[in-house]
Design a protein around this ligand. Sequence first.
Ligand code: 13P
Ligand code: 13P
Ligand code: MG
Ligand code: MG
Length: 370
Amino acid sequence: MAKITLSIIKADIGSIGGHIKPSQRLLQVVENYIKEKRGNLIIDSYIGHTGDDIAILTTHKKGVLNEKIHKLCWNAFITGTDMAKKQGLYGAGQDLLKETFSGNVKGMGPAIAEMEIEERAAEPFLMFVADKTDPGAYNLPLYLAFTDPMYTPGFILSPQIRKGFKFRIMDVSYTQADKVIELNSPEEIYDIAALLRDNERFVVEGIWSRDSGEQAVSVSTTRLHNIAGKYVGKDDPVMLVRTQKDFPATGEILSPYTIGHYVAGFMRGSHSGPLMPVKINSSISFFDGPPVVSCLAFCLKDGKLTEPVDTFDHPYWDYVRNNVSRKAEEIRRQGFSGAAMLPMSELEYTGVMETLKELEKRFIIRKKQS
Ligand code: 13P
Ligand code: 13P
Ligand code: MG
Ligand code: MG
């Protein structure tokens, strides 16, 4: 059995009423494009949206960063952008930051999470799509699910999981090339934590089982402001996670999302807000947020997908959503002050820099009084 590749390629190419959700027509155009042009290139596909972002999941045998697969999705987004413009959608083509396609979509705007896998007899996996946040949003949930028996009792109960995991972490502030480090849990969990505390700089790119060597996780690492040089919208990261057997169980992977931890990306990508686990195809509302994450579960057989199951569509998560709403309200009460707004390192890509430059001229430096 040849290896199977799972690819998620995701972009915001326009939405209704601000940064809320794409139109049905736009989704249809993207879906039809993939259907019509797929030929024998892909085995299966799924297309959905979370907030204003459209994610295309494909399964194929071409490996990661494959030119044909990436071009298919890029062209689907280009074709969609024409429709978004025709309908007058807001931010048409927002995440398509380069004019010409060259090789793959890395560094062109869309978010990518891909994995080439040896398909197991049963291959359960999860597709995460987040809106109004950045790739560091997954740092804490991944750290907890892949190192902590409080979230993953598999560390106590399963000999395979006990062996731990290898984390590959990227320094996304280094823009000349990919700068990565590999660290092993459990021996190096404090080093892993020392990096992952800084969600805007250090981001989990992938995680591997130390028992089987197989890849468990792949996260998109795109920071749009690094490509555009200014704020053009939030990164809105996607992630693939394989579950069960040599990996944490699906419920263990989901359990940290009960926290609703504060992440970057609320309103104008410039505020902190709690990450709310939502049902698939949810829209966006309060203060252009709150930051949301959706998660679909699939099984795979010979590259064919089952229908998806919406993991956050369960009464338990209604309770969580209420708690997260309270956390959102709480931080919003302090407006622009302190922890509610992101640090200057994030805001330096926005218009506030002009204001600060002007004000700098009006500062006076007092003469020392003797
Ligand atoms: P506009 O300045 O285009 O209204 O966008 C604000 C915003 O929503 C940030 O992307
Ligand atoms: P998106 O990145 O989801 O387009 O949101 C942009 C924004 O600034 C909303 O306030
Ligand atoms: Mg948008
Ligand atoms: Mg978005």
